[in-house]
Design a protein around this ligand. Structure first.
Ligand code: IPM
Ligand code: MN
Length: 358
């Protein structure tokens, strides 16, 4: 039988992006050898350095070429010498929007052996998924300013929610909740008491869609209260669905429940198109070149990628390998203090994959 082949557009990006992506690729290649599929990585040197040298952010030509892949694997964008927003909007958000990756799926799962600041919470208490709408809301870029830099300056930043955009996101979250087979509970995170236009639309859509999923319990929390519940009773959550901005904020908080940004991965999903996988941490330029940051978020992003591509067994083995390494070697891992280098962690995970039966 002909081996399955996957073409991956790899954008290592800025800061520590290239270091963690290298480990993710190492792990994916080890898994591909084990399960007999082939991975072809095509690198794109997009990011701050390229922008500084050539002024290019993401040309139409490069965009078209990226589009011709099965998936995108991204490190991070963001460079201290480039004004904030240029690379983020020009690369990351452009890819999310233009490829209509309308779901940002961010698992929040605490693995055994990982230390977190909450003293009473254990792995069985922390295992939920945030579904963040990924193409609308405040991120749509609507608004403008007048008389900039004067005392009469006006700045308007509008949040856009469309019925179609909200409904497809909510339906995705219900579907996922059904597939997870856990508590089967979907929580809408909003702010219906203040944002009475946007979250009225979200809440009505949520209530209209819910009867199509009779097995799933529904729940609602205002975003501020939800932040509190996430810390006090994370076991209350199975799947959370929310808009772009709130999803951005609560998933950084979610990272705390997983052991820090070095553990948090995300998938930008277009269920009918090409998806992009990334650690959610950002480029952390302060630590670049030190071979010191935790690559597990990037490795788990690669795991989500294989799962989405249909390589379920390979994805399961990677998760198992991550769990073993966390429990055995990295016990008590906390951000920036692993006792192993970035590449050591990748090696440990590769070793586990190679030595596993199957
Ligand atoms: C994230 C990041 C991005 C976002 C930034 C880098 C634009 O924080 O993926 O969570 O806000 O979506
Ligand atoms: Mn973020």
């Amino acid at each position: 039988m002909k081996q399955k082949q996957y073409d991956i557009a790899v954008i290592p990006g800025d800061g520590t992006g290239p270091e963690v992506i290298a480990e993710g690729i190492k792990v994916v290649e080890a898994a591909s050898r084990k399960y007999g599929f082939q991975i072809f990585c095509h690198r794109y040197d997009l990011g701050g350095e390229r922008y500084k040298k050539t002024g290019e952010i993401l040309s139409d030509e490069v965009f078209e070429s990226i589009k011709a892949h099965h998936a995108i694997y991204l490190g991070a964008v963001g460079h201290p010498d480039v004004p904030p927003g240029v690379l983020e909007k020009g690369i990351l958000l452009k890819l999310r929007f233009e490829l209509d990756q309308y779901i940002n799926m961010r698992p929040v799962k605490l693995y055994p052996g990982v230390e977190i600041p909450l003293k009473d919470k254990r792995p069985e208490d922390i295992d939920f998924v945030v579904i963040r709408e990924n193409t609308e809301g405040l991120y749509a870029g609507a608004g403008g300013c007048l008389r900039r830099g004067t005392p009469h300056e006006v700045a308007i930043q509008e949040s856009i929610s469309t019925r179609t955009g909200v409904e497809r996101c909510i339906r995705y979250a219900f579907d996922l909740c059904g597939q997870r087979n856990q508590a089967k509970k979907l929580t809408l995170c909003g702010k219906t008491n203040v944002l009475t236009y946007a979250f009225d639309l979200w809440e009505r859509t949520f209530k209209e869609v819910a009867p199509d999923y009779p097995d799933i319990e529904t729940d609602y929390a205002h975003v501020d209260a939800l932040c509190m519940w996430m810390m006090m009773n994370p076991e209350r959550f199975d799947v959370i669905v929310t808009d772009n901005m709130f999803g951005d904020i609560i998933t950084d908080l979610g990272a705390v429940l997983q052991g820090g940004m070095g553990m948090a991965a995300g998938a930008n999903i277009n269920p009918e198109g090409i998806c992009m996988f990334e650690p959610i941490s950002g480029s952390a330029p302060k630590y670049a070149g030190q071979n010191s940051v935790n690559p597990i978020a990037a490795i788990l992003a690669a795991q989500l990628m294989l799962d989405t591509l249909g390589e379920t067994e390979a994805a399961q083995l990677i998760e198992m390998a991550v769990m073993k390494v966390l429990e055995k070697d990295l016990k008590g891992v906390t951000a920036g203090q692993m006792g192993y280098s970035t590449s050591d962690v990748g090696d440990l995970i590769v070793d586990f994959i190679e030595s596993s039966a199957g």
